[in-house]
Structure formats: structure tokens, C-alpha cells
Design a protein around this ligand. Structure first.
Ligand code: FMN
Length: 386
């Protein structure tokens, strides 16, 4: 094959996937996916939090190979990365959530379906598994109950309850763009037209108008008990940052929690999820598994989250980048890149499996100054050092 015939080269890493997606997606879609709330302080903090930790590898471990396999709530997965719930995948690729789910399964992991999916949960359930269903609680409790019961009947293996959206965070790009869904796309898990369509709005984001009119702002701990009682699905609250909330969730039927700030899209200036993790782990004290999302882009990010006590991590925006660049194959490649990076990083750390990752692997970058080791300059992302 001559150089001219050579296929277009695949992106080498998730950052290149983001660049590819930026070249493909229309500006309104790109803004919806990429953006955070307000000044995007938390969005940036989610990434820089990883750079404040360095790895302290062990050598001469005598490993010929490593495994990335682990379990989450007893489910074996090929590596500790799941697809985070995120809405409206058909904005990025025609096959939408179906492509995402198939990619997750062929990569050996769990797909989490958003309430705000553009493909119905029954379609996903007929297609395969494992998948979890993420619930937004509607003020109309009959709709909420229906969603939970249908998810259980369709084969979901867990119920992720998102608790950090009493109201939508201020996503100013979506306001400016008057964000709405293009013709032909609907919220496929909902039946009534009032719930199925995102209205166009002359006054800001249609998503904001929709959520303000339909979702329950006053969710409380009793609701969590109620949701746990609706089915036998394990309940996993998502969007917890405070250690006391994490501990309390286990008093209200939670089987795991997801430490998350919604990818910096809700409360701006909220703590980075990686920074919140150690106190959550201490407060939960082994009562259940702790997952984390926000800013995971590299195998070493996964290692750092595991070292601070996460059982597994989830990815949000990279799913859209994979969808935009290559549909199902793109999302699968994103997952494969992360798995391959994690396998290499485990080997380079002298660790045979995710189970062997402990807090001892980490050194805070700022403690490296005193012994003469070069530390990142202020404001540096740390990327490219060494
Ligand atoms: C475009 C977009 C849509 C999202 N939709 C949902 C959703 O429907 N439900 C939910 O619980 N979280 C949603 N999230 C948040 C993700 O589940 C996750 O918390 C976040 O994206 C993780 O950060 P990351 O994008 O840096 O990986 C969404 C995030 C993005 C970027």
C-alpha cells in the first residue's frame, strides 16, 4: 500500500479524539458537550487535580503481564472504566446511544443510559448488556416510577440517581445558542409530548426551560428511600462531593456512590471530584463501593483515582468525541485506548492488577520541591513534564 492509499490515521489518545470531534461537530452541539457552568472553574479543576499527584513506581517486580480486569458491584468488567450517563447521543452520531452501548459491551464494560437518551431503554435492553439506568426524578412521581419499573423490566442492572441537578447549572454557551434539539430527535425514554420534546426558547436554553418545568427540584433523603423501594435494582446516587452525604447515602439504601460534580456543569467552583475523593473514602469506611467521574482522559488518571480509593471511574465527554469521530468504533477505540494505557501504566508501576493499586503509589507534587525534584510551575497543567 502506498502512503497515499494509507487509511486516515486513528487518533493516538483522547486529546486527539477531542480535536477530531471539534473539527466535525456543529458549534451548538460542541458547546453543549464541552461546556461547563459559569466561569468553568470546576471544569478546569477536574483536570488540574490529577496533575497535583505524581506516581512513585516500584521496579524489578518481575511481571511479564498485567490484568486490568476488575469488578463493580460484583459485575466483572475488562477494566475499571464505565460509560458515564450523558444525554442526547444522537447529536453526535446517528446511531446515538445504541452505538455507545455496543461499544461499551464489546470493550467489556458497563454502559450507563441517561434518562435524557435519544434511543429508548427498551431498545438497549433488547440489544444486550450490562447496562445501568440513570434517573432524573420528575416532579410527576408516576413518570418517575414508570421509568424505574421499565428500566428494571428492560434489564438494567443498577439505578444511578443523579442528585446534583435540583436546577440546571448556568451553561452560558447553551443560553447564548438558544440550545434545543434538532427536528427528529426526542427524549426517547419519555412518552408524553411535554416530556419527550425539548422546547425551543427565545429566552435562553431550551434544556433549562424543560428541566425547570419537569424535574423535581426538592429531592431529599426520603426520596432516595422511595426510589430504592421501587425495584430490586441497587441504587447508586451520583453527584456526591461531601463526605457526610456519601456516608448518609448508605443509610438510605445506596449500594455505591459516584463522586462527581457533573463534569463541571452544575455548581461552578465546586470542588474537583478527585479532590473530594479521599474524604469521601474515609467517611464511607468500606460500607460500599465508590466510583468517580470528571476529567478522566489518561490511564494514569485512572490509576490516581484508584489509588485514592475509587473502585472504578466513568467517562463523560470522551464518549461524544468517539461518537463524532467514528460512531460505535470510535467509542470502542476510546475505551481500548484507556484500557491499553492503564495496562501499560500498571506494568510501569510494577503492579499486576487494579487490586494492587494503593495510596502508596501517590506523592503530592508539591512535596517534591524540597528534595530538589523539579515541580510544576504555578498554573502549569503538569502535562509534558519528564
Ligand atoms: C454533554 C453532557 C451531558 C450529560 N448528561 C448527563 C445526564 O444526562 N445525566 C447525568 O447524570 N450526567 C450527565 N452528564 C455528566 C456526566 O455523567 C459526567 O458526570 C461528566 O461528564 C464527567 O466528566 P467528564 O466529561 O470530564 O468525563 C453529562 C455530561 C455531559 C458532558
Amino acid at each position: 500500500m502506498t502512503a497515499i492509499d494509507a487509511p486516515t490515521e486513528l487518533p493516538l489518545n483522547l486529546h486527539e479524539y477531542e480535536a477530531a470531534a471539534r473539527a466535525i461537530l456543529p458549534p451548538m452541539v460542541l458547546d453543549y458537550i464541552s461546556g461547563g457552568s459559569c466561569d468553568e472553574v470546576t471544569l478546569r479543576a477536574n483536570r488540574t487535580a490529577f496533575d497535583r499527584w505524581r506516581l512513585l513506581p516500584r521496579v524489578l517486580a518481575g511481571l511479564r503481564e498485567v490484568t486490568t480486569t476488575t469488578t463493580v458491584l460484583g459485575q466483572e468488567i475488562a477494566f475499571p472504566v464505565l460509560i458515564a450517563p450523558s444525554g442526547l447521543h444522537r447529536l453526535a452520531h446517528d446511531e446515538g446511544e445504541l452505538a455507545t452501548a455496543r461499544a461499551a459491551w464489546s470493550a467489556g464494560t458497563i454502559y450507563t443510559m441517561s434518562t435524557a437518551a435519544t434511543v429508548a431503554m427498551e431498545t438497549i435492553g433488547r440489544e444486550g448488556g450490562p447496562w445501568w439506568f440513570q434517573l432524573y426524578v420528575f416532579s410527576d412521581r408516576a413518570i418517575t416510577r414508570d421509568l424505574v419499573e421499565r428500566a428494571a423490566a428492560a434489564g438494567a442492572a443498577a439505578l444511578v440517581v443523579t442528585v446534583d441537578v435540583p436546577l440546571l447549572g448556568r451553561r452560558e454557551a447553551d443560553e447564548r445558542n438558544r440550545f434545543t434539539l434538532p427536528d427528529g430527535l426526542t427524549l426517547a425514554n419519555l412518552h408524553a409530548p411535554r416530556h419527550r420534546f425539548i422546547p425551543s426558547s427565545d429566552d435562553g436554553s431550551g434544556l433549562n426551560t424543560y428541566i425547570g418545568a419537569t424535574w423535581e427540584p426538592a429531592l431529599n433523603w426520603d426520596d432516595l428511600d422511595w426510589l430504592a423501594s421501587l425495584s430490586s435494582l441497587p441504587v447508586i446516587p451520583k453527584g456526591i462531593l461531601h463526605p457526610a452525604d456519601a456516608a448518609r447515602a448508605f443509610d438510605h439504601g445506596a449500594r455505591a456512590v459516584i463522586v462527581s460534580n457533573h463534569g463541571g456543569r452544575q455548581l461552578d467552583s465546586a470542588v474537583a471530584s478527585l479532590d473530594a475523593l479521599p474524604a469521601v473514602v474515609a467517611a464511607v469506611d468500606g460500607r460500599g463501593e465508590i466510583l468517580l467521574d470528571g476529567g478522566i482522559r489518561r490511564g494514569t488518571d485512572i490509576l490516581k483515582a484508584l489509588a485514592l480509593g475509587a473502585r472504578a471511574v466513568l467517562i463523560g465527554r470522551p464518549t461524544y468525541w468517539g461518537l463524532a469521530a467514528g460512531g460505535e468504533a470510535g467509542v470502542r477505540h476510546i475505551l481500548e485506548l484507556l484500557r491499553a494505557e492503564l495496562a501499560l501504566d500498571l506494568m510501569l508501576c510494577g503492579l499486576a492488577s487494579p487490586e494492587e493499586v494503593t495510596r502508596e503509589l501517590l506523592v503530592p507534587a508539591d512535596t517534591l520541591i524540597s528534595d530538589g525534584t523539579k515541580s510544576p510551575s504555578p498554573g502549569s497543567t503538569g502535562e509534558g513534564l519528564g
